[in-house]
Write a protein that binds this ligand. Structure first.
Ligand SMILES: *Cc1c(COP(=O)(O)O)cnc(C)c1O
Length: 481
């Protein structure tokens, strides 16, 4: 690789381009009388640059190429399931009858749209083994909040006040946040030496003040919680409920029945497992699936099937209420529906391939990077920078160097139980050739850590931007240039 540092880009800003009177569009000739705008109303607008169409197209196309995306490179961001999103999903969502539908269309004029939501709920119920579903929550974390509100309402109906929630230390960070937002106190349960939850640890903490447990399964170490049934029995025996964070469903879809595992409430991330795009914070969808006993608490309105066809109903007196304007992010629901229909029974092939790909990477890198839990993983594998630390190279340096090799970095420093974690999730949509290139890049970086650690500390050397001040970028984003 040529490591000559690229000069800061000389491309001008939009404001430095263009010339007075230059236009990027042409309007049809006017066929109505002219009505000049009242100057008192027009005011002094911002002085936008006047640009030609090619100037604009080139500017935005260039900017889009400075980013890494699933459509341009493998994106092994652990816990995020950045799989390829088939374009047919977007085509279906753009159909005029779907994209142009007004959310206030009366049910007689929106039977197809209602049916789509009704059937999507049924598909997700069949996939999870939990019979009732809401599509309203806009993200995984909002699904968790929905689940916690349901826990709270359920215990209230039983005439008891429960204030605590058990959360393993391998849970996703949003779990304790959602429980706390709902007013519960999160009680950490340490995982055992092999990275999974031990039933005794749960039994010691489960008491009559505890509303239940939130388990991420597979957990954030990429390991399946194999004692989940026993854990569920312990929690249920004390009157508690079991919440499963199903954002990692890509590891087990069509392989496990969450209901049979003892789960009462589970959220899914359509923007992970069901191939809908992850926006910069949205829009996403975090449907929540529940047992029959908890169905009355689901948010309203709900789609119901009557003798006259599909309609909306608010007639669920024990509902926790509404979680989102209208019915959730409908365009995202359409994409997930399209994905499920286009794969059909082949949906059951996704998880075995995702797990195979993760284990292929685990095997290819285990002699090069420290593997804190050295056992077969599910859909993601977690390494650490322990070996590279001897050369003062960190997980951050390794991640930044991967950008030079053309890959998006994996998740780093998460899960928190692994210091210097590198959490790699390839997903099922990568080919063996791509996985081999990724493994070769990671091996080359491990060799560089020994031979030329300074180069890693300088990385990325070929990106448009070098090391950013990530704290400032998050706290004080500059979005204008
Ligand atoms: C992504 C993720 C979440 C949160 O989902 P958002 O849609 O980002 O709110 C929760 N749990 C796990 C395990 C996840 O991977």
């Amino acid at each position: 690789m040529n490591d000559k540092v690229r000069k800061p880009s000389a491309e001008p800003l939009l404001w430095e381009m263009g010339a007075r009177g230059r236009l990027a569009f042409s309007l049809p000739e006017r066929d109505v009388p002219e009505h000049p705008l009242d100057p008192a109303l027009a005011g002094e607008g911002p002085d936008f640059p006047d640009l030609s169409e090619p100037e604009i197209v080139r500017h935005y196309t260039r900017l889009s190429q400075w980013n890494m995306a699933v459509d341009t490179t493998m994106y092994p961001l652990g816990s995020c399931t950045m799989k390829y999103n088939p374009k047919t999903n977007d085509r279906q969502a753009a159909l005029p009858g779907i994209a142009g539908a007004h959310p206030l269309l009366p049910p007689p004029l929106s039977q197809g749209l209602l049916r789509l939501m009704f059937e999507l709920e049924q598909f997700l119920a069949a996939i999870t083994g939990l019979p009732a579903v809401t599509l309203q929550p806009a993200a995984g974390a909002q699904g968790e909040l929905t689940g916690m509100l349901i826990f709270h309402a359920y215990h209230g109906d039983q005439g008891r006040r429960r204030t605590k929630i058990l959360i393993p230390d391998t849970a996703h960070g949003t779990n304790p946040a959602s429980a706390t937002l709902c007013g519960f106190t999160a009680v950490a349960v340490p995982s055992g030496p092999d990275g999974i939850l031990e039933p005794e640890a749960v039994a010691r903490r489960m008491d009559a003040d505890t509303a239940g447990i939130m388990v991420t399964n597979p957990n954030t170490l990429g390991l399946f919680e194999s004692h989940i049934r026993e854990v569920a029995d312990i929690v249920h025996a004390k009157g508690g409920l079991v919440y499963a964070d199903g954002a990692n469903m890509n590891a087990v879809m069509g392989q496990v029945d969450m209901g049979a595992m003892g789960v009462d409430v589970l959220h899914l991330n359509l923007h992970k497992t069901f191939s809908t795009p992850h926006g910069g914070g949205g829009p996403g969808a975090g449907p929540v699936c529940v047992s029959a006993a908890l169905a009355p608490y689901l948010p309203v309105p709900r789609v119901v099937l009557t003798a006259d066809g599909f309609t909306w109903s608010d007639d669920f007196p024990r509902t926790i209420g509404r979680l989102h304007a209208f019915y959730g992010n409908f365009g995202i629901l359409v994409r997930a529906y399209s994905y499920i229909l286009s794969l059909g029974a082949d949906l059951t092939r996704i998880s075995p391939l995702a797990v195979l790909n993760a284990n292929y990477i685990r095997a290819g890198l285990r002699n090069h990077y420290h593997l804190p839990y050295d056992r077969p993983c599910m859909h993601e594998c977690v390494f650490s920078d322990k070996h590279q630390q001897a050369h003062k190279v960190t997980a951050l340096d390794i991640a930044k160097r991967l950008i030079d090799f053309g890959f998006h970095p994996p998740t780093i420093y998460f899960p928190l139980v692994v210091p210097g974690a590198l959490m790699i999730e390839p997903t099922e949509t990568e080919t063996k050739e791509t996985l081999d290139r990724f493994i070769a890049a990671m091996q080359a970086i491990a060799a560089e850590a020994v031979e030329d650690p300074e180069r890693l500390r300088q990385a990325p050397l070929h990106a448009h931007r070098r090391r950013l001040d990530e704290v400032q970028a998050a706290r004080k984003p500059c979005l204008t240039g």
